[in-house]
Design a protein around this ligand. Sequence first.
Ligand SMILES: NC(=O)c1ccc[n+]([C@@H]2O[C@H](COP(=O)([O-])OP(=O)(O)OC[C@H]3O[C@@H](n4cnc5c(N)ncnc54)[C@H](O)[C@@H]3O)[C@@H](O)[C@H]2O)c1
Length: 707
Amino acid sequence: MSIASIVRIERDAELALVIVNNPPVNTIDAKVRAGLLEAVQQLQSDASVRGVLLLCEGSTFFSGADIGEFNGPPKEEEYRLLFNAYESLKVPVVVAMHGTVLGGGFEIALACHYRVAAPGTRFGLPEVTLGIIPGAGGTQRLPRLIGAEQTLELIVSARPVDTNKAQELGFLDAVIEGDLRAGAIAYLRELLAKSKGVRRTGEMQIAPSSASAEMFAQMENKARKLYPNRNAALVAVDVVRAATRLPLQEGLEYETKRVNECKESAESKGAVHAFFAEREARRIPGLPPAKADKTVKRAAVIGAGTMGGGIAICFANAGIPVTLLDAAQAGLERGLATIDRTYQSMVDRGRLSAEDKQKRLALIKGSLDYEDLRDADVIIEAVFENMDLKREIFRKLDAIAGPDAVLATNTSTLDIAQIAAVTRRPQDVIGMHFFSPANVMPLLEVVRTERTSPTTIRTVMDLAKPLRKTPVLAKVCYGFIGNRMMEGYAREAERMVLEGATPRLIDSTLEEWGMAMGILAVFDMAGIDIGVNVHIANKHQFPPDPTYYQADFALHEAGRLGQKNGKGYYRYESGNRSRIDDPEALEILRARARQLGIEQREHSKQEILERCLYPLLNEGLRILEEGIALRASDIDVVWTAGYGFPRFRGGPMFYADTIGLPVLLEGMRKYEALSGPMHWQPAKLLVQLVEQGSSIVQWEAKRGAVQ
Ligand SMILES: NC(=O)c1ccc[n+]([C@@H]2O[C@H](COP(=O)([O-])OP(=O)(O)OC[C@H]3O[C@@H](n4cnc5c(N)ncnc54)[C@H](O)[C@@H]3O)[C@@H](O)[C@H]2O)c1
């Protein structure tokens, strides 16, 4: 696209409209900046223009800066000069926004003189989640409009706000119903008629009442609490504080200096890596191009339980009609009632209108009859985890499903090739491994067998988009990518609990490090019985270690199932998910340790982290060397999108390179010497790369493009 077609000026008598069209989401990239600069230069020298209106075409106003530029030379100065040029115009500049206005998109609006928006527009500064701060004037201009405190609320929380909140805060002047362009032109003409001239944000003063020393101290505490081990939010507090004492231009220069420091931080590099890893994961070499006739128009789900219900909701949310089939009326009714409750709670929390709830429910049709699955383009099986049952169902599907239908299973532990083998169309069979709750968790492991066809993979990878899932392709192995890496991580956490570490110590150490939730709290949430059943059913898959997952077994035998019955590793009060330390649980664990002859001792946080994380990273290297994952960054996506691994650490494989593979190998050897090779054998690839003085990134670069 040429610059001229991305940014153009249209005249409406005495007004000039700067119109931007950079699909799909009007990212502010180099071309947009060049176009905006050219436009503002023209406006500066055109005496016939009495007012300027900036707006974007397409689905949204500027959605933000181009994150792809993060790795190149800094662009902040260019942004600064450009936005200053708009702010300095000698006629009123109105910006009209719609869609999702984030980061640099929000910041250019702050440099305009008046701001209006369509209903439903959302505004946010999510930079700290990428390990940086707003770097195009946001930290200096926003406090002049809404005060330092509210600015920091927005930046530190990183959550977007709607038009109501925007008007209440005071950075949005009007909401325009109906045609945005026409309404904004009328708004600008009215300003001119009332002789309202330029109103430069940079010339305003920050309200002193919003910027007390106590407020800044409180914000620092909040930043530390929300983002332990991270710096960006603290830098934001510092830079907004600077806005209270520096004139605009000096403040902007200080902002530039600090944002560029942030970009060099491990925190930012990890978060940016996680962002690009998700994009890359969708790119699968060797697949046929997407075909319109292959898009999924109707779906079916078998099994109306926890997972099946959640998956059906994903389809309905995407506007795709879905048939939900269960074996018996009672199961089906229970499933449909749960779906209704899930939607109702969204309505109650103001996330969904009652009308939309009805529309979505109307897309979900319950059934007990396989005949109803005939016209589904994709059928996802989510019945009990039992090979014979699943094979029986796939036989039925083979007989009934349309010739082009994709037949998917949501199994977590079973060999999908064996399921596929009962059909006459193993090329159409694939794993679609959703995570619980399926309507919330973004990760979708797409599991191919040796016989799954490229067309089937393409259909499912493409389907992830409307379902709002982050897909990662894996090959069949026990646990696929995510659960396979979980095994050693959770094993060590449980083992340390038997050695006397409290669940609280283990979980809080992991959480301080950055995990979204400590692993023992995760077990309580998921149900201790779920893990125990998986371990009983798959005994043959695990090493012959009498202490293996015995903490789970001990609690389970004592009737402690986790949150569902109010007691697991912790105790819970009814209707409350807060974890309460429970001496009874500790006693059960100690008794099991005595039975197993496990000595009690103290654990440092460092030991907890090493013992939990090293097996996880080591298994990731095995998965890589076996080709179960296409690339290291795919493994990173699985863990950041599905298991709460901190994005600012990039994901397990990125983190392995960050600490250095020799450190990981040395750690594995240290624990191998202490507790034997059963669990601590280093991956071959790890040993090989350390011998070669190489890293995962270098190994992948040398290996060349993913095959
Ligand atoms: N729960 C999780 O966290 C999770 C996560 C990922 C994958 N999975 C996998 O998803 C699948 C379902 O798990 P779940 O937790 O939803 O189980 P669930 O027990 O909640 O639901 C299973 C449903 O299947 C129905 N069903 C049983 N036999 C059937 C048949 N012959 N025909 C039709 N329906 C039948 C049952 O009535 C029930 O409604 C399993 O393979 C499981 O391993 C579960």
